[in-house]
Design a protein around this ligand. Sequence first.
Ligand SMILES: [Zn+2]
Ligand SMILES: [Zn+2]
Length: 337
Amino acid sequence: MHVTPPKPREWLKTTTGIYCEPGDFHIDPTAPVDRAVITHGHGDHARPNNRHVLATDGTLAIMRARFGKEAGGQLQSAAYGERIRIGEVDITLVPAGHVLGSAQIVLEYRGSRVVVSGDYKRRPDATCAPFEPQPCDVFITEATFGLPVFRHPPDRHEIDKLLHSLRLFPERCHVIGVYALGKCQRVLTMLRDRGYHEPVYLHGALITLCDLYCAHGVDLGPVLPCAGVPPAALKGRIVLAPPGATNDRWARKLPDVVVGMASGWMRVRQRAKARGVELPLVISDHADWDELIATLEDVGAPEIWVTHGREEALVHQARLMGLRARALSIAGFEEED
Ligand SMILES: [Zn+2]
Ligand SMILES: [Zn+2]
């Protein structure tokens, strides 16, 4: 008797993140669960207090740094490419190119292969392993920048804008808003790559994760804490700070500030304006529209599930490409980057 294997939609549910029934685990659960598999350390993917956590070394280190004892009951690390069986499901973590430790979760169950990509990008990033396209039957993709207006310019171009401003205003302090996990370290390595080897000053909230990246072998060049440095010494310097700090009291003590911000959202002029950003740098850790489409082509999956962002436009695009596509609409994801 021939039994047709169950379709992924019958064994992967979207409750509290993505729930895999035959393995009895959740991927990036939005509330604490018994067994969690975590794609990467950003706050809307990695949350505290799961009883058991499976993730890469890098992701576990980030979770420990952020949550301390609440990182999870039991923490199990998996190397990229290592195959791990949970229940009836084989799991492999594969690089996603998003931030240090970020992984796509490859699930194999009764002949079908599903890839939960988490967040990803396709551009080179010296701070993490590059995205590896995996052939699969169902590809679950993010869509943070899933609209045709989102086309990120070349990274090099954006970093050169910062270096150019620094030459133009050698007396002004350039305070650049960056997310603490990923963007901060990426901007540092990009500056070094463009030949900037001066010390870069860090707001206190960025130091722990920079140390963590260094401990994982990422060379950030000379970085110094801002704390204790006389404001006059920061003239003509680059200071990195969390996005919320660039316009607060702390920043007002700095000399003649140029406020910058490194984010994919800087593509939207009103957003830059609303945040008082004079120097918008369109640098994103997420795939842009063209990269999302290129990725659908690269993985060659006949079926696409879209989550996390502008779902409808990408669903429509996938259908135009002749693929089956659906929006997952999982609650609990924030607008990241
Ligand atoms: Zn992320
Ligand atoms: Zn995300």
